[in-house]
Design a protein around this ligand. Structure first.
Ligand code: NI
Length: 265
């Protein structure tokens, strides 16, 4: 295992969206955090997606310094999201380790989804975020129009479009609402021209980086299992696209995340 050379890249990195709560990583949380730290990925948000995912996110954040929990129900899991689960969520956000709501949103990609149920859940999450003044992490796939109009309707400004996979036009509209755009390993993929062009119009103070581990490993690990340490390679790829120094981008995106989730060290 070759360590990331800290003499070349001293700036700390913040993985704003990872799933150490996923079965594939939960058994070895300490090792993933340790390796992330070797790569100078020093802070991370563990993001929930269902009942167990949220409980685990909180547990991990409670047990590890500089790791924070975000809780919510992903669109794919909204069939199980009911009033009782909403009450649990309301209790969970009182935990001091919880810094945001999510992931929530709309995903119309796979057939058989329940659109009304997704929208209902999304709106409840947005209301919760608003009532508690918490940033909301949004998962959006093949659903830009609905996501956009609902954000507008709820007058939500403090949101993160996670693992952004849209184009320049979409990025522009989300930025106009006040949102942050978070880039994952997808931005490093060879054919991701749309995402790369979109990145060029995102102001640096609205930019975040993430892994979405265990999914979407960046180049040079594309196709392999992802982990928080690889946020480093998202920063590398993105800095090349934007033609700015890697260390500078690391510092700016880390500062953005710390400010947004109130997690300054
Ligand atoms: Ni995710």
């Amino acid at each position: 295992m070759v360590l990331y050379d800290p003499t070349k890249i001293p700036g700390d990195v913040y993985d704003t969206h990872t799933h150490l709560n996923d079965d594939s990583m939960f058994h070895d949380v300490a090792a993933y955090i340790g390796r992330a730290n070797e790569y100078r990925v020093m802070q991370m948000n563990v993001v929930g997606y269902d009942l167990q995912g949220n409980q685990r996110a909180i547990e991990i954040a409670e047990q590890n310094e500089n790791v924070y929990a975000i809780v919510g129900w992903q669109p794919d899991s909204t069939n199980e999201f009911d009033d009782e689960k909403l009450d649990i969520l309301k209790e969970q956000i009182k935990n001091p380790n919880v810094v945001g709501i999510g992931e929530t949103g709309l995903d119309y990609h796979f057939e058989g989804f329940n659109k009304n149920k997704q929208i209902d859940s999304f709106e409840k999450h947005l209301q919760l975020a608003k009532d508690n003044n918490l940033p909301v992490t949004i998962h959006m796939r093949d659903a830009f129009e609905d996501v956009y109009s609902i954000l507008k309707k709820f007058d939500i400004h403090e949101f993160i479009m996670h693992s952004f996979g849209g184009d320049q036009k979409q990025a522009q509209k989300l930025l106009e609402l006040g949102g942050y755009i978070s880039f994952s390993g997808m931005v490093t993929f060879k054919k991701a021209n749309n995402i790369q062009e979109a990145a060029k119009i995102v102001p640096l103070n609205k930019m975040l980086v993430e892994t979405d581990a265990p999914y979407l490993a960046p180049v040079p690990y594309r196709g392999k299992m992802n982990e928080p340490a690889y946020t480093r390679f998202v920063v590398d790829g993105l800095s090349e696209i934007l033609n700015i120094k890697r260390d500078e981008l690391a510092k700016i995106t880390t500062k953005n995340a710390q400010t947004l989730w109130n997690t300054s060290k």
